[in-house]
Write a new protein. Sequence first.
Length: 410
Amino acid sequence: MKSLYLQRYAYPKQLIADPPPNDLEMAVVIPCYHEPQLLETLASLHHCTPPSGPLEVIVVVNDSAKDHHDIKVQNQNTLVEAQSWVRQIQSPLHYRILYESLPAKHAGVGLARKVGMDEAVRRFSKPGNEGVIICLDADCLVDPNYLVAVESHFKQHPKSPGCSIYYEHPLEGPLEPSVYEGILAYELHLRYYTHALRYAGHPFAFQTVGSSMAVRSSAYQKQGGMNKRKAGEDFYFLQDIFLLGNFSELKSTRVIPSPRASNRVPFGTGKAISCWLNNPTPTLDTYNPLIFSNMKYFISKLPDMISGEISPLWDQLPSSIQGFVGKLKYLEKINEIRANTSNQQSFQKRFFQWCNGFFAFKFAHYARDHFYSQVEVTEAAAWVLREHYGIEPKSQPRDLLQQLRKLDKA
């Protein structure tokens, strides 16, 4: 019997007719659009130590009627090459190389990822749909222990609805040196933001990279599945998963995303590298540390919000918080949370359902635009190392990144 999710919310078209392997436990889902390096990603998975249970690799080669002829040709070549590669190898993994022409209105990485993830839900035959959906991209490599590490992680964390997987962009290789300079700065920005959220005391301070995440099928369905956003789909999707609690981090393996430039989406890694390469004097600015100091002060007032006088407390809040939230909204929300909770733990849980990761992200943008000008990313990274961890920061960008990577792996 189909789940309610599959009946009402899933992509309506079933793409795989063959029955799944008995007791299928995991599926790696890879959206693939105009991607010439898919075989390298598949080979990387092929060389992994196989997990103890069955695993399917579901590749969704996709385009739409609006796409240029050259993109369609590339996709068909990729499809033929990948299907031929699968026929030639011997592997305990089950590869499903699919093609789907997406509706032009919604075509993009969000829908492509959703098509594959919904197909994975259909493939899990275990009672309760407790299979694990692993998200990867068609230009990534993985460490040899990737699959067994994910399998072990979810067995060791039975209450975790999902996890972020440790990643590292390559900092050297066959591309021009400026590409690696750009990806170094961009990864520094990504890690700085997460560590700054931790400094502020926010409970949802996790990386939100689409190629480096995994979720249980049950959690995926409970939170409404993947969205159809053309960019940032991973960030918005994971905000819903965070709300379930017990989100975890897998640090014993590694995803290696591509550092290549791209203009396929309006923001993200590829766009950031394109902007870097097109700038005659490239630098990368990021959020001012004062934004997170203001957020930290706001979150530190939680005990007073629970039992104190909230009107006088409003006057003590930073101007950036006041401007973003608004006094009326603040008073209404805190009174509403008080009325629906009976202890500190339940108040805090409900508070962060409101002041969630999306709230923090929007506040950072508001404060950037109205209060605090951006700072160079190495300055910001040095600040969080010193202020939050008491670590003396290195002077070179690459060394700063290694310091943050080390903290993320710890």
